[in-house]
Design a protein around this ligand. Structure first.
Ligand SMILES: NC(=O)c1ccc[n+]([C@@H]2O[C@H](COP(=O)([O-])OP(=O)(O)OC[C@H]3O[C@@H](n4cnc5c(N)ncnc54)[C@H](O)[C@@H]3O)[C@@H](O)[C@H]2O)c1
Length: 285
């Protein structure tokens, strides 16, 4: 997408932290690179380890080398980058990352809470307590943790922008994703509560609500649908596209453009919104 001159480089000198940014096809990496293209220095974080035990099957960005690769991509765009290994459910790891960021850059202007998991997608009655807890811990408590750690720095800096990755599933419910839907509705609530409380400090907080994005998480949804309905993965993709007004899935870069806009001065009067980035896909119930 081509941007007017005034919008490009409008984040020069700003410092952004993006969570869940290690996966090559992810919304986090695409957003981190777009913020860098707009001039921001970007700290990218990811869990960089596998879940243990019966949760090990759930894909996460478990690769430290990949996260460092994103830093090199940020630097190739003329900005500074930093990688931090952070499990968003662990407050001590967040505190260490925020301290490292402050030591390296002296400020935090932008926080993109993007880390998320679709753990437990499937029939409600089959969802284990462990899956439910992980879903809420990563998708909601992780954002609570990061916001509590970063907002005091934004208050000290006199302003800030937070973008939380919710989902269209945070605006309307579909079947077979109870934990995910519950967590993403909570993300929208958290977003609005923070916008209401911290606007007085010049802090804006918005949520993005993507529909069907071509990422690893998106791919796993088609695998799930193909198993549930006994159809091929390609057919599952096509059926999903038929429910979208634009008749195609979203590219991570198209979400990243919205993130960059919300972080820019062009969105200086937008706070507390939950913005669908869904190509005209109807939200659920
Ligand atoms: N792909 C879609 O269709 C879609 C639609 C709506 C919303 N989303 C949301 O977008 C965000 C990014 O997802 P994506 O589609 O790019 O998939 P993705 O799997 O590439 O990204 C999710 C990221 O979160 C990280 N993560 C998971 N648990 C973590 C933890 N405990 N601590 C730190 N990081 C952790 C993963 O390692 C991964 O990098 C998620 O919040 C997801 O719910 C995705």
């Amino acid at each position: 997408m081509s941007q007017p001159e005034t919008f490009m480089k409008s984040l020069k000198g700003k410092v952004a932290v993006v969570t869940g940014a290690g996966r090559p096809k992810g919304i986090g990496r695409a957003s981190a690179l777009r913020l860098a293209e707009h001039g921001a220095n970007v700290v990218v974080t990811d869990i960089c380890r596998k879940y243990e035990g019966d949760l090990a099957a759930y894909g996460v960005g478990d690769d430290w080398a990949q996260l460092q690769g994103v830093v090199r991509e940020i630097e190739a765009r003329g900005s500074r980058g930093l990688a931090c290994q952070v499990d968003v459910t662990k407050r001590s790891e967040i505190a260490a990352c925020v301290d490292e960021t402050m030591a390296a850059f002296g400020r935090i202007d932008i926080l993109m809470n993007n880390a998320g998991t679709a753990v437990g997608v499937g029939p409600f009655l089959e969802m284990s307590q462990k899956q439910w807890d992980l879903s809420l811990n990563v998708n909601v408590t992780g954002m609570f943790n990061f916001c509590q750690s970063v907002i005091p720095r934004m208050i000290d800096g006199g302003a800030g922008v937070i973008v939380n990755t919710a989902s269209l599933a945070g605006l309307g419910a579909g079947e077979l994703m109870c934990g995910y839907v519950t967590s993403k509705f909570a993300v929208v609530g958290l977003t609005k509560a923070i916008a209401a409380e911290f606007g007085i400090y010049g802090i804006r907080c918005n949520a993005i609500c993507p529909g069907m994005v071509d990422t690893d998480m998106g791919d796993s949804e088609y695998e799930f649908i193909s198993q549930m309905e006994g159809i091929s993965i390609e057919e599952a993709r096509q059926r999903a596209a038929e429910k979208i007004a634009l008749r195609r899935q979203c590219k991570p870069e198209e979400v990243a453009d919205v993130v960059a806009y919300l972080c820019s001065p062009a969105a200086s009067y937008i706070t507390g919104v939950a913005m669908p980035v869904a190509g005209g896909m109807a939200q659920g119930l």
